[in-house]
Design a protein around this ligand. Structure first.
Ligand SMILES: O=C[C@H](O)[C@H](O)[C@H](O)COP(=O)(O)O
Length: 220
């Protein structure tokens, strides 16, 4: 199975975890695109979605799924999203598609976060994938300097403006031995909107798509 087939397969598998009739949170990216398509194959499975990006909103509307505003929600039971990397503690790097901040906001209020990913995303140590950081544009040089002190190689992502009007710095060559401490540290730099480390609010369940089927990992 190639990577797209693995993504499609896990996107179908997660449908079994949805309680019919709910409004659910939805992430961003190619795996989520397959998930939105999968949702559209089951009429009225969900009542609607809270979207984490303009691109997911576009696809949700295209497939006839109503999109709601997070501010109108009293609570949110479920958030479904993918990741750029996930470790066995269900901590993740996210933001390859620049949607990290909105994803983090929705994940922070959802009772349950299910991460759907193909097996290439499962790692022992986070950091092979460059760590995205969303920052306020005027803070670019001061945040770059602070990030350099942490040991990696931060670079501004070219030609990308986030849905919030900000820019992304990706930190290369940056193995993360203590994701919670690193998330807190980077969050403390003025000008940082959010860092794509999901270690404080990690996933509750990961469904990992492999050639031999879907593997489920739950948080301990
Ligand atoms: O900003 C994008 C998100 O964090 C995605 O969840 C992540 O980049 C994974 O995307 P994909 O499913 O395309 O690999």
């Amino acid at each position: 199975m190639n990577s797209n087939e693995l993504k499609k397969s896990v996107a179908m598998a997660v449908l079994d975890y949805i309680h019919p009739g709910e409004i659910i949170g939805i992430g961003t990216g190619s795996t989520v695109y397959y998930f939105i398509k999968a949702l559209s194959t089951v009429k009225n499975l969900i009542r609607g979605a809270i979207s984490s990006s303009n691109s997911s909103t576009f696809f949700l509307k295209k497939y006839g799924i109503p999109v709601y505003n997070l501010n109108d929600m009293k609570s949110l039971t479920l958030y479904i999203d993918s990741a750029d990397e996930i470790n066995f503690k269900l901590q993740m790097i996210k933001g390859g598609g620049a949607a990290l901040t909105n994803e983090k906001i929705i994940a922070s209020v959802a009772k349950e976060f299910i991460c759907i990913a193909d097996e290439s995303k499962l790692v022992q140590v986070l950091g092979e994938f460059p760590l995205p950081v969303e920052i306020i544009p005027m803070a670019t040089s001061c945040v770059l300097n602070k990030l350099k002190m942490l040991g990696g190689k931060p670079k501004v992502r070219k030609n990308v403006i986030t849905d919030n009007g900000n820019i992304i710095i990706d930190i290369y060559n940056f193995k993360i031995s203590d994701p919670i401490a690193m998330e807190k540290k980077i969050n403390s730099f003025p000008g940082v909107v959010s860092v794509g480390l999901f270690a404080i609010r990690k996933a509750d369940v990961a469904l990992i798509s492999t050639a031999s089927g879907i593997k489920k990992i739950t948080r301990n």
